[in-house]
Design a binder for this molecule. Structure first.
Ligand code: HPA
Length: 269
């Protein structure tokens, strides 16, 4: 099943040797437009590939180049709140692994739990809290990819984080580090939940990314994660939240994120 999907993608995109894949979060699909010589395949045409259902999430896999570097982009991701089984997300990561991907860059839109983390800013994910009570690795372990009980205490690769901070500073892009907490969604959090999450040590909250990172770490991939902070949550939020608002802010802030990810990939070995 994994091999069949990977075989199809390899042919359809004429892949040579991509090392890095980028998962584009809400409002961040502009990244794909910075790539040259792109080729696209729709998720719906890939055998055994799941389908996305969320506005702002397209559902296509894009191959393109940054300089000489061949990059894969997932334009549209799979959220558990859409009803996907968690294992579906592991399958997608395993397909990337089968294609030779060694480094996964995950981006997302997230809500801020802290006053100093302002909407429109970027947060480098230092660590996460899996508050979804779901796990993509549930079920029989596929030993081809990794062990039954994978360590998760160094999920976000230290060297990549340091490099990203350096590039951000060189590019004059303010970038703080923080902890991302995943809720299942689809509702935004209550004010009491937000207070609880802040006490737990989280800085930002969102509805994605964690299952992808768990599966990627299990598969021995290096991981870099960046959140675009689209809104304050709970008591910090002035208005009732909406998906449209988070999309609009993500779109505004996406130029910075795109510049950061582009420079990061260009400087990779
Ligand atoms: N909560 C959860 N997910 C989100 C938020 C939020 O406030 N903003 C963007 N994604």
């Amino acid at each position: 099943m994994i091999k069949q999907a990977a075989f199809y993608i390899k042919q359809a995109l004429d892949l040579k040797n991509p090392q890095t894949a980028v998962i584009l979060g809400s409002g961040l699909s502009g990244f794909a437009q910075t790539l040259s010589n792109t080729v696209t395949v729709a998720y719906k045409d890939i055998p055994n590939f799941p389908q996305t259902t969320v506005a702002g999430h397209k559902g296509e896999l894009i191959k393109g180049f940054l300089g000489q570097k061949e990059i894969l982009c997932l334009n549209g991701r799979f959220h558990l709140y859409e009803g996907h089984e968690p294992k579906v997300i592991a399958d997608v990561i395993h397909i990337l692994k089968e294609l030779g991907i060694k480094r996964l860059i995950v981006t997302n839109a997230a809500g801020s739990l802290k006053k100093e983390l302002t909407p429109g800013s970027l947060m480098l994910i230092a660590d996460h809290i899996n508050f979804s009570a779901k796990n993509p690795l549930i079920g029989a372990n596929d030993e081809r990819f990794g062990p039954r009980f994978p360590a998760m205490n160094k999920a976000y690769t230290e060297a990549l984080r340091q490099k990203c901070l350096k590039i951000a500073s060189k590019q004059n892009i303010p970038l703080s580090e923080g902890v991302y907490l995943m809720v299942l969604g689809p509702n935004f959090e209550t004010a009491a939940e937000v207070r609880a999450f802040a006490l737990l040590g989280a800085d930002a909250v969102g509805m994605s990314t964690v299952p992808e990172v768990i599966a990627a770490v299990h598969s021995s991939m290096e991981v870099l994660g960046i959140s675009v902070i689209t809104n304050y949550t709970g008591d910090l939020a002035k208005n009732t939240l909406s998906h449209e608002e988070t999309l609009a802010i993500a779109n505004q802030a996406s130029a910075k994120l795109i510049r950061l990810v582009t420079e990061f990939i260009k400087e990779e070995d």
